[in-house]
Design a protein around this ligand. Sequence first.
Ligand code: ATP
Length: 200
Amino acid sequence: MPGWLLFGGSFNPIHNGHLGVCRHVADRLGVDRIVLIPCANPPHKRGDDLAPAAHRVRMCELAVGGDPRYSVDDWETRQPGPNYTLLTIRHFRGQIGSDLPLYWLIGMDSLRDLPTWYYIGELAAECTLVTAGRPGTPLPDLAPLRKLVAAAEVARIEAHILETPLFDISATDIRERIRRGAPFASLVPDAVAAYVTAQG
Ligand code: ATP
């Protein structure tokens, strides 16, 4: 089925875990377009450790360069104030039109956090949330979500919890490795490793 798979994150930096789940989910859904959306100043994370958006956008571009299915969109980084996924969904819905499916990819840790997301009831209705497994994060109890999201939408979220290959990689671990001079290049695409090394 055609449609767009949107994948938002801090991508600080983008790593092989992001790319692995994204590719797998895109193939499973059969979407013809994947959009990576680096955030500006995320409402659910402290920003202290966040590299400037231009660097994170550039690393995403290097990671997917040459693959025509992918694009990188810096829309969130250009918005004033904190980013809310609902507003991003509405922006892309405006581009894709009302007929085609719009998927928003999250990892299992984000599924656990969904009840804290801005207007999660509306968000769950306006796109299809797709969850990929993540090592160390079991399937969360969805009871808190059921208090905020209509039953039909929770059922759709549950139906889109996909069995994906598991990638035990996090950007936090990569940043720590870089700080202490430990090897990290096998965890990111070659072009991203080269960029990090060149930019220090
Ligand atoms: P950090 O360690 O800085 O918190 P992260 O590795 O979790 O970063 P983000 O950019 O914050 O990466 O993640 C964006 C989205 O990608 C989130 O929904 C997250 O759950 C998902 N994600 C990140 N890494 C993985 C992974 N290894 N497997 C599955 N999902 C992942």
